[in-house]
Design a protein around this ligand. Structure first.
Ligand code: DOR
Length: 442
């Protein structure tokens, strides 16, 4: 006889309004209706039950950048914010531009992460993208079309060549589209002017013009309505561009230095008005230490933490009826999972049983309720609703400040060839590698 299901989430109010018990077995939803006997039963009366979020843009740091964040603290921060899958960005030190560096990164995450993860490949003119694809890269990028912290930019010709190669593999290119005017960034207003909204829009146009073969494009952290309007790929925005504007911040406060910059209140409102065109909200979680953020403005690194506050800030907007719950679920869970091609989390039989349970009242964000190693947040004082309980693969991994043993999954991309099979198909991997290294292809 089959053993009983592992978990029943009882009295769940589904986003479309119906009430149901959600029965879970082996990490998947098996039934939505009346729940029977199970090893564990959680009454969800009075709670918002959400499919857990997939954050497609995080910088988990680790390695020699572990003072900022590491997989242990970063993944705890993700889980405590209702995020069970993160996509790690490759501008690590060293960058993820060789299969060996990539596989070392996978091992580091497998050892220390308590949330599920995918890892992207970096892209330089020399990156063997075919070998990175075979090693398990989920996507390519963020590809820098303007330099940023720990990111060197490709020029138009280099980018165009890289997009042609990624297209040939059937991969997804994720783009950091910005343009920079010369000058010293002495404060937030100057930073905004140097990396202006017009330059962001022009960068999107230039990237698209350099993509004649039609590589699938995803535009990361778009900060202006004008750029969103001209984008033909999927559009990602961050909570910091949705919730923060520079007039409300001291001009020299380096904590708010980020690329693309925090814009004016007028730009923020125009971006918000694009809500229906925005496909994905992702955090661009990019922690730096308070010491680094205390440096003089031109020398301080760009970036801010955000994986733990992303869904909670949006949940406060749901409570205030500024956005709808189905929209929030679409932009933080359903569409991100579809973009990277992993099973959706949700309430239907077969869905991945990753959930976050939220109370119906907001609290004020304070740094000491958060779990990122960097120890600060740009959203101090904002209203947010944090999850009481988070489920990963059908198992409770977080409950009211306490973490429990998790069994996270590594999601390799579509080109993954397991190491054992690479010996069987070495010619494929080698030929991709060598074609891409040939000087004629630079
Ligand atoms: O502000 C940023 N910081 N933007 C990026 O694109 C990179 C990030 C980082 O890694 O610190």
């Amino acid at each position: 006889m089959e053993p009983p299901p592992s978990l029943v989430l009882a009295n769940v109010q589904l986003p479309e309004g119906r009430r149901a018990d959600i029965t879970i077995r082996d990490g998947r939803v098996v039934h939505a209706g009346a729940g029977g006997v199970a090893d564990q039963r959680i009454d969800c009366t009075g709670l918002f039950v959400l499919p857990a979020a997939v954050d497609v843009h995080v910088h988990m740091r680790g390695g020699i950048q572990s003072a900022k964040e590491d997989w242990k603290t970063g993944s705890a921060s993700a889980l405590a914010g209702g995020v069970t899958v993160v996509v790690d960005q490759p501008n690590t030190v060293p960058p993820l531009t060789t299969p060996d560096a990539f596989l070392a990164r996978v091992r580091e995450a497998q050892e220390h992460s308590s949330c599920s993860f995918a890892i992207n490949s970096g892209v330089t003119p020399d990156t063997p993208v075919g070998a990175m694809w075979a090693a398990g890269a989920m996507a390519f990028g963020e590809i820098f079309f303007a330099p940023s912290s720990y990111g060197e930019a490709l020029d138009t010709a280099e980018l165009s060549r890289a997009l042609g190669r990624i297209r040939a593999l059937g991969g997804l290119a994720t783009i950091h589209a910005e343009g920079i005017a010369p000058g010293e960034d002495t404060g937030l207003a100057v930073h905004d002017a140097l990396r202006s909204p017009e330059r962001e829009r022009d960068a999107v146009i230039a990237v698209q013009a350099g993509n004649p073969d039609g590589c699938r494009l995803h535009f990361c952290h778009m900060s202006t309505a004008a750029a969103v309007e001209v984008a033909h790929g999927t559009v990602e925005v961050t909570p910091h561009h949705l919730f923060l504007s520079r007039e409300k911040i001291s001009d020299t406060d380096c904590r708010f230095k980020v690329n693309p910059p925090i814009r004016s209140e007028n730009e923020r409102k125009k971006l918000r008005a694009q809500w229906n065109r925005i496909d994905i909200v992702a955090s661009d979680h990019a922690p730096h230490t308070t010491e680094e953020k205390a440096l003089p403005f031109p020398r301080a690194p760009s970036g801010m933490p955000g994986v733990e506050t992303m869904v909670p800030l949006l949940m406060a907007d749901v409570l205030d009826r500024k956005i709808t719950l189905p929209d929030l679920i679409r932009k933080t869970a359903t569409v991100p999972a579809a973009l990277i091609g992993i099973p959706p989390s949700g309430f239907a039989p077969g869905d991945r049983a990753d959930f976050a349970l939220y109370p119906r009242s907001a609290v004020t964000v304070e740094p000491d309720i958060l779990h990122s190693k960097c120890g600060w947040t740009p959203f101090e004082g904002h209203r947010a609703i944090f999850p009481k309980l988070v489920i990963l693969g059908g198992t409770v991994v977080y409950r009211e400040g306490e973490f429990f043993r998790a069994h996270p999954t590594w999601y390799p991309g579509k080109g993954y060839i397991p190491p054992s099979d690479q010996r069987v198909v070495p010619d494929l991997v080698r030929s991709q590698h060598e074609t891409l290294k040939s000087p004629h292809n630079r």
